[in-house]
Design a protein around this ligand. Structure first.
Ligand SMILES: O=C(CO)[C@H](O)[C@H](O)COP(=O)(O)O
Length: 231
């Protein structure tokens, strides 16, 4: 069911794509539905160019016949369409469940607008039930982990940090980094936490997306709802 909702949201977003657009293309199962819907439109004659946010998305988009470019070739994009792990009423997001948060954030920030696509299970009142992904440089992992824990304590947060994939076979991002998943439960002040995390040497990026999403297409039993940031 949830996958059907993801597809519905993705297909709605694909209708927003206009000829000539430069697109950021997200990562994850919802974004994959979007790539397939976009591929169908491209094969029907739509002329667009996309910048993928992961190697996985690049492979699928190529297979779908979507023209691709890099941010070196296209430093400014019209629209990014991507999934999310959590969406709060201000449209602050937790992203990175699929491990692509760094490229996803770079691409979204290079876009004039971002649309989030999701099934209704992703809507939350407060972020934090989904573990917050923090992308870190493998060098100095122990010191970075300690600094991140100290940052949580300063922010009044308690929680476990888990190296994704485990110490034996850590998950490695497309950029060659590791991911620490922070089980925080509740993030009351996402802006403060975001600010403090990026100040830690060794933290490459985190999965809090603030002020990037313009709207979300959220699908559920009632169909697709347009969610805009609460004022
Ligand atoms: O941030 C992401 C990948 O890094 C995804 O957008 C997020 O994990 C949602 O995934 P899905 O659409 O599979 O539920």
């Amino acid at each position: 069911m949830s996958d059907d909702f993801k597809r519905l949201a993705a297909e709605r977003a694909a209708e927003d794509v206009k000829p000539g657009m430069k697109l950021g293309i997200g990562t994850g199962s919802t974004a994959e539905h979007f790539v397939r819907a976009l591929g169908a439109r491209v094969r029907a004659g739509l002329d667009v160019v996309g910048v993928p946010t992961s190697e996985r998305t690049r492979e699928l988009a190529e297979a779908e016949g979507i023209k691709l470019a890099t941010l070196e070739e296209l430093p400014e994009l019209d629209l990014t369409i991507d999934g999310a792990d959590e969406i709060d009423p201000a449209l602050t997001l937790v992203k990175g469940g699929g491990g692509a948060l760094l490229r996803e954030k770079i691409v979204a920030a290079a876009s004039l607008s971002m649309i989030v696509i999701a099934d209704e299970s992703k809507l939350v009142e407060c972020l934090g039930a989904f573990p917050l992904p923090i992308e870190v440089n493998p060098f100095g992992l122990g010191a970075t982990t300690k600094a991140v824990e100290a940052c949580f304590a300063r922010n009044g947060l308690q929680g476990k940090l888990v190296l994704r994939g485990g110490a034996e076979h850590p998950f490695v991002t497309d950029g060659g980094h590791y991911i620490l998943d922070a089980h925080l439960g509740r993030i009351a002040d996402a802006a403060r936490l975001a600010h403090d995390l990026v100040a830690i040497p060794g933290v490459v990026e985190h999965g809090l997306f603030l002020g990037l999403a313009a709207k979300a297409y959220v699908a559920g039993k009632q169909g697709v709802t347009v969610v805009e940031p609460a004022k």
